[in-house]
Design a protein around this ligand. Structure first.
Ligand code: NAD
Length: 272
């Protein structure tokens, strides 16, 4: 059902790779709610061609940008400004760790790979906001969002250096969010999403275990990518104008649960 919550709003959505991507679902829902936007991804990801399908479905333009490249971002924002004038929302749905991809254990971290992953997963959020800031292209009461994971606060084996990257990302949201609020009433938040079966998610070693455990520990069960998209729409809408500099858990209650009956039952059974 559509409520027209984003009617007249313009934005940029980073990170839709395929139909499993959280950003893909967000784009579909933003379109349903009346928004217009540009879809962006790293040129290498766009060569896979799937993004064009989403662009057609949502009547959007696709503009490639490596989110770590200020030059690419400048070009992307110039094109967005030429098309829309000012923007109302930005979604940063970007993450990648070379250490995770190559199976390097956290204790044996490759620091060059760390730098690459940190730049892509965390610093790129600063770069995106910096370009938008310098070009003064956000409308008052605009909304900027990035996606994160609870490994920023708690330790999960095999989430590796992405834990540190997510902590950094969340800190950028708070710090830059302060300046955005003062400058032009723009809000900046992160959404901390349940494990979700996407290319990035399933690339983490032991993802099946992560997913099942989180589901059993969450009174409402894991939040799906579709549900995350609903939350993003709400955060882009005018219904959340005074929410800023927050890390918002969207996890079916996982973050507040000490232990669930379901998990207790497993250990009860094992102790017999
Ligand atoms: N899947 C999960 O379990 C989960 C849980 C919590 C948070 N998240 C976060 O959600 C976000 C989206 O991930 P997803 O799960 O939809 O997976 P995904 O693999 O579909 O999306 C990750 C995106 O990052 C893009 N990307 C990588 N390097 C880039 C670069 N240099 N420039 C621009 N884009 C680049 C990829 O092309 C891809 O589109 C990530 O920040 C991820 O950490 C995912």
């Amino acid at each position: 059902m559509s409520y027209g919550l984003l009617k007249g709003k313009k934005g940029i959505i980073f990170g839709a790779l395929n139909s499993q991507s959280i950003a893909w679902k967000v784009a579909e829902k933003c379109h349903e709610e009346g928004a217009e936007f540009i879809l962006s991804n790293a040129p290498i990801a766009m060569r896979m061609g799937e993004l064009n399908e989403l662009a057609e479905k949502t009547g959007s333009e696709v503009i490639g940008a490596d989110a770590t490249s200020m030059e690419d971002l400048e070009k992307l924002f110039d094109a967005a400004i030429a098309k829309f004038g000012k923007l109302d929302f930005i979604l940063h749905s970007i993450g990648m760790s070379v250490n995770v991809r190559k199976g390097k254990h956290y204790t044996q971290m490759n620091y060059e790979w760390l730098k690459t992953g940190w730049d892509i997963s965390a610093v790129s959020f600063h770069k995106v906001m910096r370009v938008a800031w310098d070009k003064e292209c956000m409308n008052d009461w605009g909304s900027i969002l990035a996606l994160t994971y609870i490994a920023a606060q708690r330790t999960f084996p095999d989430y590796n250096d992405m834990s540190d990257n997510k902590s950094y990302l969340e800190s950028i949201a708070r710090t830059f969010g302060y300046y955005w609020g003062e400058k032009s009433k723009v809000r900046v938040n992160t959404i901390s999403q349940s494990p979700t079966n996407t290319t990035a998610g399933s690339g983490v070693k032991g993802f099946g275990g992560f997913f099942g455990y989180a589901n059993d520990m969450s009174p409402l069960g894991n939040a799906t990518a579709d549900e995350c998209a609903d939350y993003c729409v709400m955060m882009f809408s005018d219904l959340t104008r005074k929410v800023t500099m927050q890390n918002l858990f969207h996890d079916g209650g996982f973050s507040s649960t000490g232990v669930s009956q379901k998990v207790m039952d497993i250990y009860e059974e094992m102790s017999k």
